[in-house]
Design a protein around this ligand. Structure first.
Ligand code: ATP
Ligand code: MG
Length: 230
């Protein structure tokens, strides 16, 4: 087993004026390369906070975060931005697509940060859209797509740079049961067949069953680990 994510004694507090909000209290976490982890816990327990730290969107108050041998807690903002663009793909509950752009152009966006030329960007975006089953919707704008299809575009955008780690924050939270199952099946396929390591926050125990195991976050620490049947 190769460890991809190793977190030690992680704390995170937010300062709001005179008030200090302690969210994570000395959390440890190991994720193997090829893992699909579901992260559950009550609202406000710090799930999004933890995802943002693993994905380098925010900096910890203290503690160590090692991803693929790199101490991201020690990186400066510029270094971290470059690291993120190469290593992490994000999928959010409300898709966060650019409304004025086609599916194709939305998926190409992360590639604008790379050295790839226009033709190659286009090809890579087409491959990603094909992988999520949307080859026939590449010129549609988000408003011309269903919720499930918009989330597929968001997943294509998340994988187009071929990141090791996919970070999904309630990716099915806004979808009906059938679309949710399709998205979860797609994530499982990306995990099993394309080797993506995935950490997914969900409030839905049925969604968590698609993962290889579930971690529970409560009162700032991970309290329980539950393996799933393969
Ligand atoms: N920027 C911020 N400033 C101050 N407090 C914050 C900030 N971001 C989050 N918090 C607080 O941190 C705690 C954890 O928030 P977080 O968004 O991580 O919860 P969550 O587990 O993702 O909840 P949910 O299931 O509702 O999405 C909450 O009490 C929240 O109010
Ligand atoms: Mg959240």
């Amino acid at each position: 087993m190769t460890t991809l994510v190793s977190i030690r004694n992680l704390t995170k507090s937010y300062q709001r004026g005179p008030e200090k909000v302690d969210v994570l209290h000395g959390l440890d976490l190991d994720m193997a390369a090829g893992d699909f982890v579901a992260l559950m816990g009550p609202s406000g327990s710090g799930k999004t906070t933890l995802l943002n730290l693993i994905g380098g969107l925010d900096a910890p108050t203290s503690g160590e975060i090692d991803v693929a041998g790199q101490r991201i807690d020690r990186m400066g903002a510029g270094q971290l931005a470059a690291w993120r663009s190469q290593n992490v793909g994000y999928v959010f509950q409300f898709y966060n697509l650019m409304p004025a752009l086609s599916a194709q152009k939305n998926v190409e966006l992360p590639l604008l940060l790379t050295k790839l030329g226009g033709a190659q960007r286009k090809r890579n975006a087409q491959i990603a859209l094909e992988l999520v089953g949307l080859s026939d919707r590449t010129s549609h704008k988000p408003s011309e797509l269903s919720g499930g299809q918009q989330q597929r575009v968001a997943i294509a955008r998340a994988i187009v740079s071929d990141p090791t780690l996919l970070i999904c924050d309630e990716p099915t939270g806004d979808l009906d049961r059938q679309s949710a199952e399709e998205i979860l099946g797609l994530l499982q396929e990306l995990n099993r067949e394309h080797g993506k390591t995935i950490v997914m926050v969900t409030h839905d125990p049925k969604a968590a069953e698609y993962a290889s195991h579930t971690l529970h976050l409560d009162k700032g620490v991970l309290v329980e680990q539950q393996a799933h049947a393969a």
